[in-house]
Design a protein. Structure first.
Length: 149
């Protein structure tokens, strides 16, 4: 199973904070929004790779982040491989959108595997393991929707 992470947005509503930096890589304590999520997903045995679909403007930032993340010293929990896919867009006006980015990555990498598709910029306080277990138990596609409280 692959974890496909949608991270191709431009976070325009955050203004200068994300003008030249992806929202999902903003620091939260000692980690990032995306790093916290991947720490959880790395614990799911069925996941064998993370695929991050991003835009051309931020692709190099994600590549640097990936290289830093995967160069952890021995003794730390194993981390899954990360593939960065550049969708080629450079502005909010030319962005593909979530569904087209998903299809772009699936086509570019010829993906023919089960997918856990997640948005990269959500700060979550639960584990995806139960959701993956639920989908396996049902034997079908499943969609999870978070409810704001």
């Amino acid at each position: 199973m692959k974890c496909l992470i949608l991270a191709a947005g431009y976070a325009t509503r955050l203004g200068e904070l994300t003008k030249n930096f992806p929202k999902s890589l903003l620091k939260i304590g000692e980690s990032t929004i995306l790093g916290r999520m991947l720490d959880d997903i790395d614990g799911i045995a069925e996941i064998d790779e993370h695929i991050i679909i991003t835009n051309h403007k931020f692709a190099h930032i994600f590549e640097d982040w990936r290289n830093e993340r995967l160069s952890v010293p021995s003794g730390f929990p194993a981390r899954k491989p990360i593939t960065i896919v550049d969708d080629g867009t450079e502005t909010n006006d030319t962005r593909l959108g979530a569904v087209c980015d998903l299809l772009f990555a699936m086509d570019k990498l010829s993906l023919n595997d089960d997918l856990l598709v997640v948005a990269a910029d959500n700060l979550l306080f639960f584990s995806f393991q139960e959701f993956v277990d639920f989908a396996k138990q049902k034997g079908t596609s499943c969609i999870m929707r978070a409810i704001a409280i």
